[in-house]
Ligand binder design. Structure first.
Ligand code: NAP
Length: 303
């Protein structure tokens, strides 16, 4: 596993991060299997684990805490999110600073930590990132409850604003073969000393039509999510089937190598619930895409 600096935070992170969200965090997914994946990720050198208070109906974060219990967490960048929570029925947004402070206290308990290495604001609106708000949230850093502060957003205007703020250390954006348009924004953020996390680095399994291959209940869940929220990506992803034909690497490794070819990315964060997928992803660190494959990706992106 290779490591990269997380902007100016002083942290170094594995270039493949493990996403503790989606099916991984759901109660329907066997907890022993979920924990086994975290342990395999640790053994494979993963030091970045990304979760959120609202993920998987609120089960993902405490599950990650249980997975890490008894393990040395020094040197790990455990990232969680606030600003959203699951109220038992649905995800609720709440960017009231008092709610965020309470969310951080709960996350510390869930994760068994004294300080969160990275807290990310989960999808704030442009108008919510005011001076007063950021100063209040920075108080969590001054109090030693969080070490670094980030913003996770897929809204380019929010990411650009966050990248220009001294209080923000890290941005997490959706970056994968289907989102080449994020590259200039990522370069801008990195140029301002921010760590950049590429979320959904595998395009949620959309490349090559994988997301519609239904082998188990989890695949049905991912397919329904894609049909509900990301229909356009399914059509786009179908143009990238050739990624699976590049000699010396799997399609997922090719997709991750594309993200990691960008020196401004600190880590590509991937969710996996199959051990074979996780191993495949870990082995993507250090893989270089041959130029003909890069050219084919550019053509597919333009087409
Ligand atoms: N989705 C969002 O809106 C969002 C937002 C903010 C942050 N994030 C962060 O980004 C992380 C990743 O996002 P995500 O889980 O939505 O999507 P993703 O990582 O882009 O894709 C997950 C899908 O890819 C499959 N997969 C993983 N490794 C594979 C491999 N080697 N070969 C083939 N298929 C593979 C998984 O299958 P199996 O489960 O069968 O292994 C799953 O269906 C999240 O965990 C979270 O930390 C996501």
């Amino acid at each position: 596993m290779r490591y990269r600096p997380l902007g100016s935070t002083g942290f170094s992170v594995s270039e493949i991060g493990f996403g503790c969200a989606s099916w991984w965090g759901k109660r329907a997914f066997d907890e022993r299997e979920a924990i086994r994946l975290v342990h395999a990720a640790l053994e494979g050198g993963v030091t970045l684990f990304d979760t959120g208070a609202a993920y998987s109906e609120g089960n993902a974060e405490p599950r990650l805490g249980r997975a890490l219990k008894g393990r040395a967490t020094d040197g790990l960048v455990i990232a969680t999110k606030a600003g959203t929570r699951h109220d038992g029925r649905r995800v609720v947004r709440d960017f009231d600073p008092t709610a965020i402070e309470a969310s951080v206290e709960a996350s510390l308990r869930n994760l068994g930590l004294e300080a969160l290495p990275l807290l990310q604001l989960h999808g704030p609106a442009l108008g919510e990132l005011t001076d007063a708000f950021l100063d209040r949230i920075s108080g969590l850093k001054r109090r030693g409850l969080i070490r670094a502060l980030g913003v996770n957003s897929f809204d380019p205007q929010v990411v650009a604003l966050a990248a220009g703020r001294a209080e923000i250390d890290v941005v997490m954006v959706d970056y994968n073969v289907l989102r080449p348009e994020r590259a200039p924004l990522i370069a801008e953020a990195a140029g301002q000393g921010k760590g950049v996390l590429a979320g959904m680095a595998l395009a949620m399994g959309h490349t090559g039509g994988q997301v519609l291959k239904l082998r188990a209940p989890r695949d049905v869940w991912y397919a329904l999510r894609a049909l509900k929220n990301h229909r356009a990506d399914i059509a786009k992803g179908a143009r990238f089937g050739f990624l699976g034909d590049i000699p010396g690497m799997t399609g997922a490794q090719a997709a991750l190598a594309y993200v990691l070819a960008d020196p401004n990315v600190s880590s590509a964060v991937v969710g996996a619930t199959r051990l074979a997928h996780l191993r495949d992803n870990l082995a993507a660190s250090g893989i270089t895409l041959p130029e003909p494959a890069r050219a084919a990706i550019r053509r597919a992106q333009g087409g």
